[in-house]
Design a protein around this ligand. Sequence first.
Ligand SMILES: Cc1cc2nc3c(=O)[nH]c(=O)nc-3n(C[C@H](O)[C@H](O)[C@H](O)COP(=O)(O)OP(=O)(O)OC[C@H]3O[C@@H](n4cnc5c(N)ncnc54)[C@H](O)[C@@H]3O)c2cc1C
Length: 357
Amino acid sequence: MIDFLIIGGGIAGLSTGARLSQHGRVTVLEAEEALGYHASGRSAALFEESYGPPSVVALNKASADFLHSENGGYLTPRGLMLVGHKDQGEAFEQDVADLSMQIVPTKEARVRIPILDPATLGFTAVSNAAFDIDTDRLLQDFARVIRGNGGEVLTKAKVSAIRKDRRWIVEAGGAYEARTLINAAGAWVDEIAALAGIAPIGIIPKRRSMARLPAPGGHDVKDWPMMLGVAEAWYAKPDAGKLLVSPSEADPVPPQDAYADDMVLAEGLARYEEMVTEPVTRVETNWAGLRSFAPDGTLVLGSDPSDPSFVWAAGQGGYGFQTSPAASRLVSDLVIGAVSELDAETIEALKPERLRQ
Ligand SMILES: Cc1cc2nc3c(=O)[nH]c(=O)nc-3n(C[C@H](O)[C@H](O)[C@H](O)COP(=O)(O)OP(=O)(O)OC[C@H]3O[C@@H](n4cnc5c(N)ncnc54)[C@H](O)[C@@H]3O)c2cc1C
C-alpha cells in the first residue's frame, strides 16, 4: 500500500514527494519519459524574493534559506535591472516599489549593460536580490530524496483512471492503491480532479515563450543582470553565454505540450530591440511553457474540502521553483498534521477552500 501517491513529476510533485517520503511510502507517477518535461523544464530559473502576490512572497522568503544553503546551495547571484523607456516614468515608479528596487542613473546602468540604447532608455533600477536557480539539480535532488527514503519515481506512467473504494485506486499502466492522492499535475490538475470526481479549481494555463539569441554584439553577457522591461513587457536573461529573451506573454491556452507563437515572439523581440543598440539577427532556438494559475493567481496547497485524502499542490504559476521548498513543506505539514512555520493568513490564502466559496 502506498501512503502518498503523487501525480506529476515536475517541481511541485518531486518537492512534495521528497518532504512526504520522510513520513510514509511515496510513489510519483509522471506521464512523460523524463521528469520536468513540461513547465519545470522550460522556466527562466530565477529566484526573486519580492516577485509575486503576498502569499507567494511569504513562500519565497520561507524558501530562501533552503535554496541558499541546502546541499551546497542552488542559487548563484544574477541581479535584476528594470529597464524603462523614456515614456514609461509612471509605470517604472510602480515596478520599483513593487519589486523593492533601487533607482540608478541610466549612465551607470549602461556601464553594466553596454547595449542599452541611450536614444530610448529613460529609467533604470536594480536589485541584487535576484539569483539563478540550478533547477535541474533541484529536481534531481528531490527525486533522489524520494528514492533514498524507499519511494519510487516512475516515468511513462500516465494516469488514465481514478476511483475511490476506501483507498484511491489509480490506473497508470498498472494499478496503484494509495491512502492519499496528491495532485501535482501542473496544467492538468483539473483533468486529474475530474477523473477523481473532485470539483475543479479553475486552473488557467498561460503560455510564455522564450527565444535564445547569440550574445548580442559578441559581448560577454555572463555577468549581466537579468533585464526586465517595465510592466513585465519583456525580459532578457544571460544563459550559458547566450541571451534568453521572453515576450513575457501570459496567453491562456488549454493544457498542452506548449510551443512558442511566432507572432508573439516577434512582437516581444521588437519590444526588447527598442531598448538596445544591437539588432536581433538570429534566433538560435525557441520554446514555450505553461504557467498555470488559479483564478486568484496564487498557489493552491492542501486537502480538498470535499475529501481530505485528495490533496492539491497546484497553481504554481510563474513561481514554482522559487516557492518549492516552502510550498512542499506546507503541503507535507498539512497532510501529516504538523504545525507550519508559515503565518495563518498565508496558509488561508493558499488553501483550496478559498476557491469554493
Ligand atoms: C517560460 C517560463 C518561465 C518561468 N520562470 C520561472 C522562474 O524564473 N522562477 C520560478 O520559480 N518559476 C518560473 N516558472 C514557473 C515554473 O516553471 C512552474 O511554476 C513550475 O515548473 C510548475 O511545476 P509543476 O510541477 O506544477 O508543473 P509541471 O512541471 O508542468 O509538472 C506537471 C507534470 O504533471 C504531469 N502530468 C500531467 N497529467 C498527468 C497524468 N495524467 N499522469 C501522470 N502525469 C501527468 C505532466 O507530464 C508534467 O510533467 C516559469 C515558467 C515558464 C513557462
